[in-house]
Design a protein around this ligand. Structure first.
Ligand SMILES: Nc1ncnc2c1ncn2[C@@H]1O[C@H](COP(=O)(O)OP(=O)(O)OP(=O)(O)O)[C@@H](O)[C@H]1O
Length: 243
């Protein structure tokens, strides 16, 4: 059985004007992420990694090229991304370097809020949030506010929030940069689990070479282009290459 990629980025470019010059933040990038795949994006500062996530996350339209999610063409140069707000919320989870939890809500309330925004009734959202946090070994933290949690715990709550409505695609921008190596590893292992068990496609930008063994593939960027790709684990059996 073959499955379509969750994310397909085709010949994407993103150019910014800076005075008289054009910055080619992305310059013709094509990649795909299959269900169950965990992909690492690496490369030097300024090589276009975050720009790729902005384009893949439907937060910025590409200057050229196309983004498909689950086979559906959703972003082209003239795309009105505001119209995609609901689509984005249902299909894409985001995790950033900082957890950005709401400080006056408990861990469970932070996660539940993501579901309530999606019209899940309050009680059901809370129950689901608690279940999710328990599954991420945070059952003892559900009623704590973020200030009581370690950096790694906060980041795991942020991941629970990002996957609360079960999006098929998860995008993370340097999610372990603020963590020590042990907590950073735990967070990367969580992404591995989410990809394997929930069959989400997960794209993680990282400078951290210590977790590369967890990725199915590592894609290296330089000057807005893909310059190398390494297959680090055996690819999931049921995935196919991008068309
Ligand atoms: N809004 C913008 N306007 C002009 N130039 C931009 C804009 N956003 C990004 N750039 C430029 O595009 C290039 C790629 O930036 P990007 O943030 O994608 O790199 P990165 O690989 O994520 O870097 P880092 O590892 O430092 O986060 C850089 O030269 C950056 O200065």
């Amino acid at each position: 059985m073959s499955r379509d990629p969750v994310l397909c980025v085709r010949d994407a470019a993103k150019h910014y004007r800076s005075g008289d010059t054009i910055v080619r933040a992305l310059d013709g990038v094509s990649l795909h992420v299959a269900p169950g795949e965990l992909i690492g994006i690496t490369g030097p500062s300024g090589s276009g990694k975050s720009t790729l996530l902005l384009i893949a996350g439907l937060l910025e339209p590409p200057t050229r090229g196309e983004v498909r999610i689950n086979g559906q063409p959703v972003a082209q140069p003239d795309a009105e991304l505001d119209h995609l707000r609901d689509f984005r919320r249902r299909n894409i989870g985001f995790v950033f370097q900082k957890a950005n939890l709401i400080p006056f809500l408990t861990a469970a309330e932070n996660v539940a809020l993501a579901l309530e925004i999606d019209d899940v009734p309050v009680r059901e959202a809370h129950r689901h949030a608690v279940d999710l946090l328990e599954g991420l070994a945070l059952g003892h933290r559900v009623d704590n506010r973020p200030a009581r949690l370690s950096g790694g715990e906060q980041q795991r709550v942020a991941i629970a929030r990002a996957i609360a409505n079960d999006p098929p695609l998860l995008l993370a921008d340097e999610p372990t940069a603020a963590l020590d190596s042990v907590r950073g590893r735990q967070v990367m292992e969580l992404f591995r689990e989410i990809a394997s068990e929930r069959q989400a496609g997960v794209l993680v930008v990282t400078h951290d070479p210590r977790s590369l063994d967890l990725f199915d593939r590592t894609i290296e960027f330089a000057d807005g282009r893909i310059v190398a790709e390494t297959t680090s684990r055996q690819a999931p059996a049921e995935t196919v290459a991008a068309q």
